[in-house]
Ligand binder design. Sequence first.
Ligand code: NAP
Length: 534
Amino acid sequence: MTLASSRTAGRSCRLLRARGAFSHHLPSMHAASPPLSRQISMDAQNLTARLKSSGLLRSQALIGGKWIDAYDGKTIKVHNPATGEVITEVPCMGSKETNDAISSSYDAFYSWSKRTAAERSRHLRKWYDLLIAHREELGQLITLEQGKPLTEAMGEVTYGANFIEFFSEEAKRVYGDIIPSPLADRRLLVLKQPVGVVGAITPWNFPLAMITRKVGPALACGCTVIIKPSEFTPLTALAAAELALQAGIPPGAVNVVMGNASDIGDALLASPQVRKITFTGSTAVGKKLMAGASATVKKISLELGGNAPCIVFDDADIDVAVKGALGAKFRNSGQTCVCANRIIVQEGIYEKFADAFSKAVQNLKVGDGFSEGVAQGPLINEAALHKVESFVQDALSKGAKVLLGGKRHSLGRTFYEPTVLSDVKSEMLISREEVFGPVAPLLRFKTEEEAIRMANDTNAGLAAYIFTNNVQRSWRVTEALEYGLVGVNEGLISTEVAPFGGIKQSGLGREGSKYGIDEYLELKYMCLGNMTGN
Ligand code: NAP
């Protein structure tokens, strides 16, 4: 059972509230920690107070431009994954609130879609400016609720905001077509129109960017949105929504609901007023949503899990390969869908690469994301830590060897040592599924054909990386890889100007770039007849 499926089974607000029990044993672990962690928690309290006074720490949901609590008053606790402390509580909502959000979004669609592209563009631009103006506070919020190092979190704010800027520009470029008519008295046209109300369900690993790359194109072409952020990271979503209101995006055009994921998801799926579901998250939940969307035949985009191969050929520049693999594997402590999940190294360079790579990994400082120089934050929760431990255990029991790390970090809680495993084989669990943690498994290959076969031997097809100095090989292998994104001699390739998305069971559709807006548009064919008369 995957982490996602185990997490989603039978959840309810009551269960979510019981997460307090999880946090109760944390203070004792905390008390056992050295003074540094007390210092961090004091700083976190100051930070929380500062964010509250800035108006960016919201703890209510947004429906129809109003900040509201759950109708039955239930809440979910939001934790700091580095310390386990409760940052705040947010409403635990369900179908009633979601249906109201759908109604408000439906009403707003009528007026928002009628505005000119230039007007929508200006509002999005203003939103972008506000996101950048509040880059530091948003970065702090991301580190607080998600755990990634502050510099990485600020990088996410820039990356996330860039989607809003890019689509503020694309808003003005939604062109239709005129088709040469086969009949002299007819004129044939294609209009592009917004699909309507969109349900956007997003994960915790990029609390801002996974939202902006959906909401940016949706709003740009005239759609309105109901965002359902992860229960683990709702605060960044709420702060972004607050800034959207400040940017003059009208009430109802952007709503945020959170709480019982399956109740909210089911309400979005059941409503005929919701015309599109856009989802980023696990493949298991994506499949459920795809099946559910069939009842009302909604448009659907899915950004699902990956199992990225990173192939290092004998002819690679070893420094470039080490740097690239390090970035591709250890960003966000290994918790991204495009993280290198299998580092497949040719036999002639294997030992040298393993040695240089392990040395580089050893230099990664682990700690609270707010501490100076930290490159590896905590995992999102204890379930994630247990998953990493079980994958490593499985690999070791089947013959893999630990080159570095291989266990929980001495900081305790959700910290895991940056780990390198050698002698990993394709049949081990760690090669079959996303480990979603700071563990780099090294596999060995002999020939190019074998590397391609190993790389494609998975149901996932999101990102792949190759390191080679042979330009013909880079083309040949890129064309043979069954993946939506390929990085050649580069480990960090995501940008708002290029299409992002997977094939096979990694998803449907693309986000970002000029193609990203098509996911939120319908084509309408218009035929003007009898055009030859006076
Ligand atoms: P997840 O468990 O699938 O959750 C994603 C979102 O779906 C969350 O908001 C979650 O809500 C919600 N959800 C869960 N069950 C639902 C249901 N029955 N109906 C409607 N919504 C439901 O995934 P995750 O653990 O948060 O995220 C990690 C996964 O996302 C990894 O597999 C990763 O590869 C993938 N990912 C893919 C991309 C990409 O672009 N391809 C990018 C980032 C991440 P709650 O959290 O409130 O339960």
